[in-house]
Design a protein around this ligand. Structure first.
Ligand code: ATP
Length: 223
C-alpha cells in the first residue's frame, strides 16, 4: 500500500533523513518511534508532501507520488493528522468537519459513494463526544477533544491510509484510550496506519514498530 524507498530529506544543507526504507501493507498499523529530533515528523511530512527537499521514492497504491502536490496525494487516499492539529479555532466542531468533507469512493466502506452527512455519521459513531459538542468552537475544547476532532476531520476526506503525528502526546489517559479504540476500529475496517508515537498503548496494538534513530531506520521489532 505504502512503500518508502531510500528516502532522504534536507532542511537546507542539514540532512534529517538518511535512506529511509519502509513499507506499510493494507490494513496494517505501523508505529514509528524514536527520540525527539529523530526525524519522525520529517518522515510523515515527506510522505504527505509537506516536508523539506527529498530524494528517493514514495509509492502509494502503486503510484510514485514523491513529486505530487499534497492535495493530489490526499485525493489518492492519504490522510495526515499533524502534530499541531491545525484546526480552525473559531469554527465549530461541525463546521471544522464539513470544511473537510468530500464524497469519494471509499474502500473502507466497500466502495460506496457517501454523502457528507453519512461521513459525519461515521465520525460521530467513532467519536460520540464530538456529536455532543457539534456546536462548540474548537478553541473551547480540551487538547484530547481537539485531537479527536483533528482525526475526525481527516476522516472526512475519506482516506484509505492515515499518517498521524504523535496523536496521544500530552493527552489525558482516558482520552488516549478512546483515540486508540477509534483507530483500532478503523483498522478493523481495513484502514492502514503509519503513526509516530511514543505512547506504549498504541505500540502494543501495532503490527510492527519501526525505530528511527538519527534519521535512519533501525531495528524492526514485533511486539
Ligand atoms: P519530535 O518528536 O521532537 O517532533 P521528530 O522525531 O519528529 O522529533 P523532526 O521534527 O522530524 O523529529 O526533526 C528531525 C531533524 O530535523 C531534527 O534535527 C530537527 O532539528 C530538524 N528539523 C525539523 N524541522 C526543521 C525545520 N523546519 N528546519 C530545520 N530543521 C528542522
Amino acid at each position: 500500500m505504502l512503500e518508502v524507498r531510500n528516502l532522504s530529506a534536507w532542511y537546507g544543507a542539514a540532512q534529517a533523513l538518511f535512506d529511509v526504507t519502509l513499507q506499510v501493507g493494507q490494513g496494517e498499523l505501523v508505529v514509528l518511534e524514536g527520540l525527539n529530533g529523530a526525524g519522525k515528523s520529517t518522515l510523515l511530512q515527506s510522505i504527505i508532501g509537506l516536508g523539506p527537499r527529498v530524494t528517493g521514492r514514495v509509492l502509494f497504491q502503486g503510484q510514485a507520488i514523491a513529486a505530487w502536490p499534497v492535495h493530489q496525494r490526499a485525493r489518492l487516499g492519504l490522510g495526515f493528522v499533524p502534530e499541531d492539529r491545525r484546526l480552525f479555532a473559531e469554527l465549530t466542531v461541525r463546521e471544522n468537519l464539513l470544511v473537510a468533507a468530500r464524497t469519494p469512493v471509499s474502500p473502507v466502506r466497500g466502495g460506496v459513494q457517501r454523502s457528507a452527512a453519512q461521513q459525519l455519521d461515521q465520525v460521530f459513531a467513532l467519536f460520540p463526544v464530538l456529536q455532543t459538542m457539534q456546536k462548540r468552537r474548537a478553541l473551547e475544547m480540551s487538547g484530547g477533544e481537539q485531537q479527536m476532532l483533528s482525526i475526525a476531520r481527516t476522516l472526512m476526506t475519506a482516506p484509505t491510509m492515515m499518517l498521524l503525528d504523535e496523536p496521544c502526546e500530552g493527552i489525558a489517559p482516558v482520552l488516549v484510550e478512546s483515540i486508540v479504540d477509534a483507530l483500532l476500529q478503523l483498522k478493523s475496517q481495513g484502514m492502514s496506519f503509519l503513526i509516530a508515537e511514543q505512547n506504549a498503548l498504541l505500540a502494543a496494538h501495532a503490527d510492527r514498530v519501526i525505530t528511527l534513530v538519527a534519521g535512519q531506520t533501525g531495528a524492526h521489532l514485533t511486539p
